[in-house]
Design a protein around this ligand. Structure first.
Ligand SMILES: [Zn+2]
Length: 149
């Protein structure tokens, strides 16, 4: 039994089962092999290798299409946090240890309002909160700290 990969002139691919290659040739010559889709009898025999390659080539493309959501789902809590911190860093100005002073100036209209970040002691932070100044502690992932300083 030979299982042949066949294709009609309209590009329909299908499998044909024959006793042998010779049986296929004979039936083809007699016009007995026809496309199951469009009944075309202009059938060509394909090597099985291209079909296999096609199947293999398709798999990585499908995997790539599915990759973004998979990667997202696989992000660890640390990676998510890292990304959030990076976003804050990208949108804020680093004022270093002047953070408490700058936050206070902005609150009292002495400095332009903007997103700032920097280091503040616990006392400075509590003082800011007491004055009604919005601050948000931003624990830095150790890996990010190293690349920033
Ligand atoms: Zn066809």
């Amino acid at each position: 039994m030979k299982v042949l990969n066949l294709r009609c002139a309209h590009g329909h691919g299908f499998e044909g089962w024959f006793a042998s290659n010779e049986a296929f040739d004979t039936q083809l010559a007699a016009g007995l092999v026809e496309c199951p889709v469009c009944a075309d009898t202009a059938i060509v025999k394909l090597l099985s290798a291209p079909r296999l390659n096609l199947g293999n080539a398709k798999a990585p493309a499908e995997a790539a299409a599915a990759a973004p959501s998979q990667v997202l789902a696989e992000l660890s809590p640390e990676a998510r946090w890292m990304r959030a911190v990076r976003e804050v860093i990208a949108k804020t100005e680093d004022v270093g240890d002047r953070c408490a002073d700058e936050a206070r100036k902005m609150h009292y209209g002495e400095a332009e309002e903007r997103g700032i970040r920097g280091q503040a002691t616990r006392e400075q932070t509590e003082a800011l909160l007491d004055e009604g100044i919005a601050v948000m502690p931003l624990p830095m992932p150790a890996a990010l700290k190293e690349t920033l300083q």
